[in-house]
Design a protein around this ligand. Structure first.
Ligand code: NDP
Length: 480
């Protein structure tokens, strides 16, 4: 069985204790590789390597940092098929999705920050005729980057690229559930000539390797994407240590459909925003609110199209929904479907585990599921399920739907469907979400601020925001 090794000080290495655990291919329900079960000592080695590398890397001219990052992006593009296949096997997502979305986006993340650092500028403030103030941005030092299992390489690179580009050195940990593409990525970094210690990847479980990263005194900033519960642990640990924190957490996103929408676009895109990646995208619109005159028509059409989706082998190009990422996650999603029943909901489509035949007979598959008849306040509509499960609810007025949309502790993303521009602006302004899409979903411009309100997180990724996060600002005041 292949071993997924740590990448520390430029070298692929076994964990000090020599321990490994299995990683499972969720489509077949069987282990297929061994993952380094790293601990505090491995993290300490990674931090030591990053600390040694920091002075030289932070002093390396932006054009040279940029050139290495561009080389890494080119290697990702060269290995697109190989990486997409690895991502699909490790995560369960359709290989076609990994090819079209995950891997191209990983390359785009790196290219974006490789070129952004060539166009940076800093502010200057003239104080009357008496002084000039200018702002210096200096890399903060060694930083920690921790990412989840739903979009493994996509989100891993979304953190690492701005950190390295900004001149920081990094200790990173991918999810224990999906470590493979981060491992393949470490090989590409070696091939591209990234200097030793600039990026260190420590594999292992969150409570051990992850916790060691956030607790380490030399790590000055933490960029984390994952669940809100884990975010709270990280904030509780890193806050009193005065580390900089960027937390991208969970969501329970509203998808608001007004009667005056472009019906065809609203239905087609809602299928995407509900079930892409098995609904395991933090931006998926899991609560669909439909204005009452359109409600029956929408439910009928949405259900018909959901029924037509193919749940199948992720390696089959025709598959729409692949495997759920882990058995534990499948159990969690099924428990929420049961909860919805207990709360009085009607499962109008799906709700059951899917048993495939052949190669995937033991895999973790689930029907795309639609639930109606629930109130916006019930647990099913308040808690993040993070699977191919949506609820649909009718509403009568804008005020009412805004109350529903804003009723959760989350505030990550919202989608609004209307052809009325004035209404679009008005509702967008009143939805408590860090991201609002009008008549589209997951349409991303990497320059825009990305992140959530309320318990969906603190800080923003994307654009120059992320580069700023990895730097300290210093004001220099010169008296004229
Ligand atoms: P988790 O919070 O369970 O894990 C995220 C990462 O944190 C993993 O690498 C995990 O390691 C690690 N981790 C777990 N415990 C600790 C700890 N004590 N200290 C340090 N690191 C730790 O999230 P999931 O992986 O389950 O991802 C799903 C969640 O991520 C959902 O809530 C989803 O909404 C959210 N998400 C948010 C996004 C956003 O941009 N806002 C984007 C994508 C997902 P390990 O896997 O080994 O436990």
């Amino acid at each position: 069985m292949d071993k997924i090794l740590n990448y520390i000080n430029g070298i692929l290495t076994e964990p000090i204790e020599g321990k490994f655990f299995h990683t499972i291919n969720p489509a077949i329900g069987k282990p297929y590789a061994l993952v380094s079960d790293s601990d505090k000592a491995d993290v300490a080695n990674a931090v030591a390597a990053a600390s040694v590398a920091f002075p030289k890397w932070s002093a390396t001219p932006a054009r040279d940092r940029s050139a290495i990052l561009i080389k890494i992006a080119e290697l990702i593009e060269r290995d697109l098929d190989k990486l997409a296949l690895a991502e699909s096997i490790d995560q369960g997502k359709p290989v076609a999705l990994a090819k079209a979305l995950d891997i191209p986006r990983a390359a785009a993340n790196i290219r974006f920050y490789a070129t952004a650092i060539l166009h940076e500028s800093s502010e200057a403030h003239f104080t009357n005729q008496e002084a000039i103030n200018y702002t210096q941005h200096t890399p903060v030092g060694v930083v920690g980057c921790i990412s989840p299992w739903n979009l493994p390489l996509y989100l891993f690179t979304w953190k690492i690229a701005p950190a390295i580009a900004a001149g920081c050195t990094v200790v990173a940990k991918p999810s224990e559930i999906t470590p493979m593409t981060a491992y393949l990525f470490s090989k590409l970094c070696i091939e591209a000539g990234l200097p030793a210690g600039v990026l260190n990847i420590v594999h292992g479980v969150g409570a051990k390797a992850g916790q060691a990263i956030i607790e380490h005194a030399e790590i000055k900033a933490i960029s984390f994407t994952g669940g809100t519960a884990t975010g709270k642990i990280i904030a509780a640990t890193a806050g009193p240590m005065f580390k900089k924190l960027s937390l991208e957490l969970g969501g329970k996103n509203p998808n608001i459909i007004f009667t005056d929408c472009d019906f065809e676009k609203a239905v087609a895109t809602s299928i995407q925003s509900s079930f892409s990646n098995q609904g395991e995208i933090c931006l998926c619109g899991s609560r669909i609110f439909v204005e009452r005159p359109l409600y029956e028509k929408f439910v009928t059409e949405f259900t018909t199209r959901t029924k037509a989706l193919i749940v199948g082998d992720p390696l089959d190009e025709k598959t729409n929904l692949g495997a759920i990422a882990s058995e534990a996650h499948l159990t969690k999603i099924l428990s929420y479907i049961e909860l919805a029943r207990q709360e009085g909901g009607t499962i109008i489509q799906g709700g059951n585990q899917v048993k495939l035949i052949g190669r995937c007979a033991e895999g973790y598959f689930l029907e795309p599921t639609i639930i109606t008849g629930l109130s916006h306040t019930c647990r099913t509509n308040q808690e993040e399920i993070f699977g191919p499960v949506v609820t649909i609810m009718p509403f009568d007025t804008e005020e009412e739907v805004l109350k529903y949309a804003n009723s959760t502790t989350y505030g990550l993303a919202a989608t609004i469907w209307t052809e009325n521009l004035t209404r679009a602006h008005r509702v967008a302004a009143k939805v408590n979400s860090g991201i609002v899409w009008v008549n589209c979903w997951l349409f991303r411009d990497l320059r825009t601020p990305f992140g959530g309100m309320k318990q969906s997180g603190i800080g923003r990724e994307g654009g120059f925001e992320a580069l700023k996060f990895f730097t300290d600002e210093k004001n220099v005041c010169i008296k004229l």
